[in-house]
Ligand binder design. Structure first.
Ligand SMILES: *Cc1c(COP(=O)(O)O)cnc(C)c1O
Length: 379
């Protein structure tokens, strides 16, 4: 089955008691048993919920995995993956990560004796120098946030396999419409479903997808033991969002390209970061592992003018100034003071994340109106 069909049909079937075509929101905490231990497969809603199960099965299918697990947020999903580790274990992570991921690694899990190495993995072989007998997990994000760098998933997976390390890929920016890390050799896919999967800026949700049965069992144990599970209404919203992912992503990609080319041609714009440009440093890898280039773009103004950037940030009307991304509506953000404020300034600058950098999540509005909005704000 192709993705467009899976997005609509995977995991869901008419409700057996009514025939309802949409999976009902099973707003219940517990399930009645006929006799002790004699039940319909559902005992307590932290452990199982039919709405969540439908979503989890859909998530597994669309990432070409076998098992899906839903969480209360993307970071709750990240937290569950990190809980596979023990004190003394080491993690190699790419050095250009979502700010909240960097924060949970350094401020939470470092305290429990897990060691993190942040490495520029645009060259996969850079990670080799950091592998020790304690290394257990490799964590990457591609395209990266907000610099839109590309990491070669298959190349990283190859090195990880040679050393028997788990590879986790945060696939939030690409979504399964553009790339499937499990097909490229990753062991674990993580999503903030708050973004493209949900797609309507109306829910916070996270997901993990794996192929391996034993890994799935360990993660399900953590999901149930730690309890960072989503409610059934949120599962319903993500399930509904999934049904249009392919249609939305197609438009995100078209609009993204239109805006990237507009910005590049603008006299007041400095650098434009978008992995679809032929001269993007890892464009060839993007072309190989992705089916399009998405709707995320970052740019600076000429001379890195912070005051001019602030003016742009407060003068768009269709692009709303807000954190987050991946919804149908366009957003504009300032990573240095918003999404990436939790990363120390020197760390940010090392990766090119300057104070004037502006990030766009290009929505699916009419491209002419979006360009006119930016044109007016940039002046
Ligand atoms: C938003 C985001 C997260 C965190 O997800 P939440 O749902 O906000 O907890 C993780 N990774 C990336 C790339 C994100 O954009």
């Amino acid at each position: 089955m192709k993705l467009g069909t899976k997005l609509i049909h995977a995991g869901v079937s008419p409700d057996p008691s009514t025939g309802a075509i949409m999976t009902p929101i099973f707003q219940t905490s517990t399930y009645v048993q006929n006799a002790p231990g004699d039940h319909k497969g559902y005992e307590y809603a932290r452990t199982q919920n039919p709405t969540r199960n439908a979503l989890q099965d859909a998530l597994a299918a669309i990432e070409n995995g076998k098992h899906g697990l839903s969480f209360g947020s993307g970071l709750a999903a990240t937290d569950a993956v990190l809980k596979l580790l023990n004190p003394g274990d080491e993690v190699i992570a790419s050095n250009d990560l979502y700010g909240g991921t960097y924060r949970i690694f350094t401020k939470v899990f470092q305290r429990y004796g897990i060691k993190f190495h942040f490495v520029d993995m645009q060259e996969a072989k850079n990670m080799a120098a950091y592998i020790t007998p304690q290394t257990k997990l490799v964590w990457i994000e591609t395209p990266t946030n907000p610099m839109l760098n590309i990491i070669d998933i298959a190349a990283v997976a190859k090195i990880a396999k040679q050393h028997q390390l788990l590879l986790a890929v945060d696939n939030t920016f690409a979504s399964p419409y553009l790339q499937n890390p499990l097909d490229l050799g990753a062991d674990i896919v993580v999503h903030s479903a708050t973004k493209y999967l949900g797609g309507h800026s109306d829910v916070v949700h996270g997901a993990i997808i794996v192929k391996n049965d034993e890994l799935a069992q360990q993660l399900a144990f953590i999901q149930n033991s730690c309890g960072a599970v989503p409610g059934p209404q949120d599962c319903f919203l993500v399930l509904r969002g999934l049904k249009t992912l392919h249609v939305r992503m197609q438009r995100h990609c078209e609009n993204g390209e239109g805006i990237a080319r507009f910005l590049r041609g603008h006299a007041k714009v400095g650098k434009v970061y978008w992995c679809g440009f032929d001269d993007h440093p890892n464009h060839a890898v993007a072309r190989e592992q992705m089916r399009g280039f998405g709707g995320m773009i970052s740019f600076t103004l000429k001379n890195d003018d912070i005051e001019a950037a602030k003016k742009v940030l407060s003068n768009t009307h269709l692009f709303s100034l807000a954190e987050s991304l991946g919804g149908v509506e366009s957003l504009i953000g300032h990573p240095a003071s918003m999404t990436h404020a939790s990363i120390p300034r020197e760390e940010r600058l090392k990766n090119g994340l300057t104070d004037s950098l502006i990030r766009l999540s290009v929505g699916i509005e009419d491209i002419d109106d979006l360009i006119a909005d930016l044109e007016k704000a940039i002046g």
